[in-house]
Design a protein around this ligand. Sequence first.
Ligand code: ADP
Ligand code: MG
Length: 138
Amino acid sequence: MSNLTFGIIKPDAVKNGYQGKIIDAILENGFGIRGMKLIHMTKSEAEGFYAVHSERPFFGELTDFMSSAPCIVLCLEKENAVPEWRVLMGATNPEEADEGTLRKMYANSLGENAVHGSDSDENAAIEIAYFFSKLELV
Ligand code: ADP
Ligand code: MG
């Protein structure tokens, strides 16, 4: 049975020109792309998306970064999509990420770490609905 997850190719990776390589890796690793668009979040859209982190000390820095430049939002499908996408992304801190993961290859820092992925099926559904209308998902 296939599941959905939500991903973002973050502003650093788009600015660095890694979006094509990341989409290749998504397809090579057996994910289907159900939705994809280039957007430029406002500060308040970024704050809404990361509301769970609003009490964290890095919330201001994170939402400034996520609203600083365009990113690509993705709805991905695969069996066990949520954990599978997190494995492909690698650890939050690129210094701790395994070889071959997207964060190891394309991220430069803990804050600007190339990609986002949902952490549960429940949050995946919430995050997909935050950015995509039904008409935008195939
Ligand atoms: P993940 O993106 O791996 O699920 P978290 O949900 O813990 O990680 O954090 C969300 C995002 O906040 C991270 O991807 C990263 O961009 C940023 N972040 C997390 N921890 C820090 C930190 N200590 N300092 C700065 N930015 C951070
Ligand atoms: Mg997270």
